[in-house]
Design a protein around this ligand. Structure first.
Ligand code: GUN
Ligand code: ZN
Length: 434
């Protein structure tokens, strides 16, 4: 295959470390007039345009952007494909919300045609918001995952997904059995895990909707295949936590249920964790597990305020998640806008560079993919965004008043949304153009 080489010139910013560990200034690299060189879908060079240009052939194809910022593609560490059609459902908190809105909406995925249609809408929505990798819940139906991966494969996206396992405390029309969930998950793993840039996640919905037998088999799948992911929900809502105590009285607490069934580990991502205690954070950190912080959802469902400083104290891996449709936006920029307010309400600050980290390198670390995505180091996948400083009149005017990249970044995260994403590239291919 002939080498396809392209270069992109603009302001370029990426995270290289967690600000909580190295301080803000050492956590990022910024090139005011930068150049990103892409060879065959991978980044081959990154630096100041003035230094890199003389090293490149004179006829290299360069796209030059004015008033724009190149960043890594965003990573959404928690989102539900079959909830695309129910974002913004009125009036309920978690358990009633699930019964009233979520389960009926997810039941439509029994139909493969419906799953195909929503997968197409969902992937377009991810890309127009600059999300190039997501950890995705399907419905209980295997076809939800087939539709999603079929669409993601066509665009050579790096995506992770799994079929929900749910064999109790849900309507009959939406439950599997411990055995069928095991066999269906296994068939999906065989078909998709490691194909191109796709990965599979074993997906027990949450402790209340799985029997001990199902949780045991979920743990068994993780031991049978290397590098599988595990995703579920934890400690999101106080009534949910009480229910888990009733269902599993023999366990020390919510996390201990998952721990008992061997569901913790380096590729395990737990959504929400709003009400985790210190010991649980320590255990998550010890096992290399990660939390997905879902601010728009935690506000919308009235779940509570995630304690990011506590997670940082334990050196816990944290990524950011939209949790659509409990969350109210596909935009990670808008999700970071809300994350900032979560910290404000707790008397803490969320620096724009920590926010950038959460949406890129932090997410990649939560998913153990930092050698492939979440930053622009040479050798990584060319998944990147071009953000437009003039996306709206207000944004353009406001950014004229910004004095440095910290202010620019913070304003992008406060005023930005899907309109801000001018272009999205995945594996070097243009997959969204505004
Ligand atoms: N807990 C169990 N299922 C769900 C879900 O679909 N969304 C949210 N936010 N929490 C859950
Ligand atoms: Zn969720």
């Amino acid at each position: 295959m002939p080498l396809t080489r392209k270069a992109y010139r603009a302001a370029i910013l990426h995270s290289i470390a967690d600000p909580a560990e190295v301080g803000i200034e050492a956590s990022y690299e910024y090139f005011e007039d930068g150049l990103l060189v892409v060879d065959n879908g991978k980044i081959s060079a990154l630096g100041h345009a003035s230094e890199l240009l003389p090293t490149l052939p004179a006829d290299i194809d360069i796209t030059h952007y004015q008033d724009a910022l190149i960043t890594p593609g965003f990573i959404d560490t928690h989102i539900h494909l079959p909830q695309t059609g129910m974002v913004g459902a009125y009036g309920e908190q978690l358990l009633d919300w699930l019964n009233t809105y979520t389960f009926p909406c997810e039941s439509q995925f029994a139909d493969k045609g419906h799953a195909d249609q929503v997968a197409d809408i969902f992937i377009k929505e991810l890309l127009r918001n600059g999300t190039t990798t997501a950890l995705v819940f399907g419905s209980v139906h295997p076809q939800s995952v087939n539709s999603f991966f079929e669409a993601a494969e066509q665009l050579d996206l790096r995506m992770i997904a799994g079929k929900v396992m749910m064999d109790r405390n849900a309507p009959d029309y939406l439950t599997d059995t411990a055995e069928s969930s095991y066999l269906e998950s296994k068939a999906l793993i065989e078909r998709w895990h490691g194909k191109g840039r796709l990965h599979y996640a074993v997906t027990p919905r949450f402790a209340p909707t799985s029997t001990p037998e199902q949780l045991t088999l979920a743990g068994q799948l993780l031991t049978e295949y290397p590098d599988l992911y595990m995703q579920t929900h934890i400690s999101e809502n106080l009534k949910e936590i009480e229910w888990v105590k009733e269902l599993f009285p023999e366990r020390k607490g919510y996390l201990d249920v998952y721990d008992h069934y061997q569901l913790l580990g380096e590729r395990s991502v737990f959504a929400h964790g709003v009400h985790l205690c210190d010991d649980e954070c320590a255990r998550l950190a010890e096992t290399g597990s990660a939390i997905s912080f879902c601010p728009t959802s935690n506000f919308f469902l009235g779940s509570g305020l995630f304690n990011l400083p506590m997670a940082e104290k334990h050196k816990l891996n944290v990524g950011i998640g939209t949790d659509v449709g409990g969350g109210t936006s596909f935009s990670l920029l808008q999700t970071l806008n809300e994350a900032y307010k979560v910290m404000q309400l707790q008397g803490a600050r969320l620096s724009p560079f920590k926010s950038l980290y959460l949406a890129t390198l932090g997410g990649a670390r939560a998913l153990r993919l930092e050698d492939k995505i979440g930053n622009l180091q040479p050798g990584t996948d060319a998944d990147f965004l071009v953000l437009d400083y003039n996306a709206t009149p207000l944004l353009g005017y406001r950014l004229q008043q910004a004095n440095n990249i910290a202010e620019t970044l913070f304003v992008l995260m406060t005023l930005g949304d899907d309109r801000t994403v001018l272009q999205t590239y995945a594996a070097g291919n243009l997959v969204h153009q505004r």
